[in-house]
Design a protein around this ligand. Structure first.
Ligand SMILES: NC(=O)C1=CN([C@@H]2O[C@H](COP(=O)(O)OP(=O)(O)OC[C@H]3O[C@@H](n4cnc5c(N)ncnc54)[C@H](O)[C@@H]3O)[C@@H](O)[C@H]2O)C=CC1
Ligand SMILES: CC(C)CC(=O)C(=O)O
Ligand SMILES: [Mg+2]
Length: 378
């Protein structure tokens, strides 16, 4: 019997559909080499396009389809067209509802140079940024983004709450990733980022994180860093945080965009939002690039699809348990970005200093995947 996987694709707004199209093209190529696996793909709407069609940022039917899928491949949402909408009807609410419905409580955001030559795109000096390699594990279903809100003419508030169980389960994901040995064979350090000097929610976050690690993972090293000084140190000496950065929803959102600055473009960063601890069977998850819908460049065919395609790598690894294919695809992306045969710049979109289109990058990744990693222009 064929091994069946159910995938829901929600393309989102602006550059969302442009880069999702490339990710699906790549997935088709990956699937060609695995005729034993049947991937059933369904499509739905989220964000502004869903607001336009149904008056809601995500419909109940779409949420139920997501819940019965093995994974959701998600394009970014939002844009100026919907900025005047009331808070509960903004496109971004579609993503929060999806995360909550799937209980996708851990948002995994790796940051490293996915191809060696990308180091020259960083605004930082190579000697400062070389070797940067950390994974942000961001709590994804609690904190200020999910607390009750009060929004009136003259006053607005967001309740920033954390409960023991939310902190413990996120700590277990950080620990599971920290246990995966680094290239040198060592366990990774876990850096806890919070604002325990001012926020009560951070003080309980820090206390319960420490309790969980000392009770369940005494062999792991856990260090605290206030989130504001971590933001500064990430720019000044980013390799200090090589390992895992364990943090809450708001700080993780901000620190992960800083990580896009470190490596030169937000367009290459992937993310996985998963609903169980990795390494214990397939995780259900949502796979989206870290960036937003980039309305400033949408419609031009120049959005970088790499963050979305690397999110597909994470999907293959965490949700479909196709780790060989994940590695093969990651290598193909690297070959394409490092290829020096295309105007001396690799096959890259303009955010990485190249002149390739979104489609050309997607096509090149497909070609290299098919060809078994020969440099296609070599
Ligand atoms: N997960 C999601 O769907 C997210 C949605 N948003 C929404 O996206 C909209 C735009 O937000 P911004 O603050 O402008 O952030 P953004 O991440 O969309 O864009 C920031 C900058 O990065 C560039 N950029 C982003 N992705 C790129 C790519 N793939 N290739 C090349 N360049 C890329 C953009 O052109 C822009 O200059 C807003 O409505 C925001 O709410 C923001 C973050 C996450
Ligand atoms: C709900 C999202 C728009 C928040 C965000 O910026 C992100 O998850 O990166
Ligand atoms: Mg963000």
């Amino acid at each position: 019997m064929a091994n069946r996987k159910k995938l829901l694709v929600l393309s989102g707004d602006h550059v969302g559909p442009e880069i999702i199209k490339e990710a699906i093209k790549v997935l088709d190529v990956v699937a060609e080499f695995r005729p034993d696996i049947e991937i059933d793909i369904e499509y739905g709407l989220i964000g502004g396009t869903s607001l336009n069609a149904y008056g809601l940022p995500i419909s109940d039917q779409t949420l139920e389809k997501a819940a019965s899928s093995d994974a959701v491949l998600l394009g970014s949402v939002g844009g100026p067209e919907w900025e005047h909408f009331p808070g509960h009807l903004r496109p971004e609410i579609g993503i929060l509802k999806l995360r909550a419905r799937l209980n996708a409580f851990a948002n995994i955001r790796p940051c490293r140079f996915f191809a060696t030559s990308l180091i020259n795109r960083s605004p930082l000096k190579p000697e400062i940024v070389a070797g940067v390699n950390f994974i942000i594990v961001r709590e994804n279903c609690g904190g200020a983004y999910f607390g009750s809100k009060d929004e009136r003419e003259e006053i607005g508030s967001d309740l920033w709450v954390y409960r023991r169980a939310e902190i413990e389960r996120c700590a277990r994901v950080s620990a599971a990733l920290a246990m995966q040995p680094s290239h040198s064979g060592e366990k990774h350090i876990v850096w806890n980022a919070d604002k325990a000097n001012v926020l009560a929610s951070s003080r309980i976050w820090r206390r319960i994180t420490h309790e969980t690690f000392s009770r369940e993972f005494p062999e792991l090293e856990l260090q605290d860093q206030l989130a504001d000084s971590m933001a500064m140190l990430l720019v000044k000496s980013p390799t200090k945080f090589n390992g895992i950065i364990h943090t809450d929803n708001t700080f993780g959102d901000i620190l992960s965009d800083i990580s896009g600055g470190l490596i030169g473009s937000l367009g290459v960063l992937p993310s996985a939002s998963i609903s169980s601890v990795p390494g214990q069977g397939p995780c259900k998850g949502i796979y989206e690039a870290v960036h937003g819908s980039a309305p400033d460049i949408s419609g031009k065919g120049i959005a970088n699809p790499v963050g979305q395609i690397l999110s597909l790598v994470l999907l293959l690894r965490f949700s479909f348990e196709m780790s060989d294919e994940a590695t093969r695809l990651e290598n193909a992306i690297q070959v394409v970005l490092d290829s020096s045969e295309y105007q001396g710049l690799g096959i890259r979109t303009p955010d990485l200093g190249g002149s390739a289109s979104t489609k050309e990058v997607g096509d090149a990744i497909c070609a290299v995947y098919r060809s078994g990693f020969q440099t296609i222009y070599g």
